[in-house]
Design a protein around this ligand. Sequence first.
Ligand SMILES: Nc1ncnc2c1ncn2[C@@H]1O[C@H](COP(=O)(O)OP(=O)(O)OP(=O)(O)O)[C@@H](O)[C@H]1O
Ligand SMILES: [Mg+2]
Length: 492
Amino acid sequence: MEVNIKISKKVFNEVYLPYLDNEDRYLVFYGGGSSGKSYFIAQRYIKKLITPRRCNLLVTRQTGDTNRKSTFPLLKQVINDWNLSKHFKINESDMRIKSLLTGNEVAFAGLDDVEKIKSITFENGELTDIWVEEATECKEADINQLKVRLRGGKSKKQMVLSFNPINIQHWIKKHFIDSKLATVCFSTYKDNKFLTDDDRKALEDLQYTDEYTYNVYGLGNWGILGKTVFDARKIQERLNHLNKPIKTGYFLYDYDGVKITNIKWQNDKNGYIQIYQVPHVPKQTKYCIGGDTAGDGSDYFTGHVLDAKTGIQVAVLKHQFDADLYTKQMYCLGKYYAYKGRENNEDALIGIEANFDSFPIRELQRLGYKNQYVREKIDEYTGKTEKRFGFKTTSITRPTILSNLIQIVREHVDTINDRDTLEELLTIIRNEKGRIEAPEGGHDDQMMGLAIAHEIRNQVVFEKEPIVTEYNFNFKIEKPPVGDYGETIEII
Ligand SMILES: Nc1ncnc2c1ncn2[C@@H]1O[C@H](COP(=O)(O)OP(=O)(O)OP(=O)(O)O)[C@@H](O)[C@H]1O
Ligand SMILES: [Mg+2]
């Protein structure tokens, strides 16, 4: 028997259409509330279930019985809306749905019942699809178990996750989105043509009463919990208007044990350096680079390149690697952003944090890098000031450079181009002792790299532009007044 079923495009919200036949391994639907995510995912599976191709679906949520009130009725609703009841067998007590056209089946389970998940089988063939609804409720370890269940076998497999972006620090963001593991569809209520004006107004009115809820469920932005140090509104606005980096990759070079030569840029979409402006565009300028070294634990090495004149962040390096490789990439960045003088080139000024590990600073020196940030250090024994390379964060310099960064975010957030940096700044809080830091499990390496870069800008010297006067002034030379000027002033 051949059955011909036609589904009009009009029953779908347009934002989801590109994902109707998507076959990528991980597919994420996230965004604001009431955007039609769950409804679309249900529509998509009903279509898949009646298509003559194996699709055995496991629908999961954190707790099993919530399926009975959400995903199970939703799938049944789509079957009814599309007049397909006669082609499905529905078992209410076991919560099973079977397509009579293909033998494809749906089962439901909660991640709280591991044994049940393990024991689920299908009449025709193996498990091919998993939908994790409200996936932010789930533990990362449970999702990893589900990933294992999808492995092996001959058929095409896919995991779909749907959720609201409740917390910018949620594991799900790193795991599926930042890592680029998943194909991502973002939507808000504005994408859902089936909402009434009242529905829309209710969501929009949240902005007057509840900033967090409006941000997450209205705008679909990642939620920020707790009081932030940096101006969250400014950062959020900036995040909504960012451009992608113009290049992503890292540097290749030859190294003979002494010198670095033959530096080349390698494009790589998984690379750890993001370039937002290539050197000297639109015009010749000078650059400075602030670096934060990884301490103990899992922190990253970072490097932030600024146009020293405007403070615009033109490139960012962030990676976990060995200190010597970090130093060599910083070396290459400094050469790439060198000032091209008439007679000589001048390496970009590099200032690396000297607290945990002064290795990169010594290593840059050994490699013959010519322009490192110089700080003054008072010798404990002689009391004399000495000059040292690198930036030292102390109980005085740290709050100073951070309050400067707070002001930059408030007044010049447009100079920050890197999404990861902005997202990190959003998480930074002030602890009970007043110290500005990342919350537990978070990071502050982008913040420190950027703050150091801004601090060392002061040491970038631009040649004075000649002053052109248009008029001749006649100065009357007056007799200097006689008086007490205090100490003699020595002109140096
Ligand atoms: N294609 C559609 N046809 C008819 N109604 C739809 C359609 N898509 C969404 N809706 C309706 O819009 C409302 C919101 O949709 P849905 O619950 O799928 O949103 P959601 O993005 O999953 O929301 P949340 O983030 O709160 O889970 C529901 O009442 C749903 O019935
Ligand atoms: Mg939903």
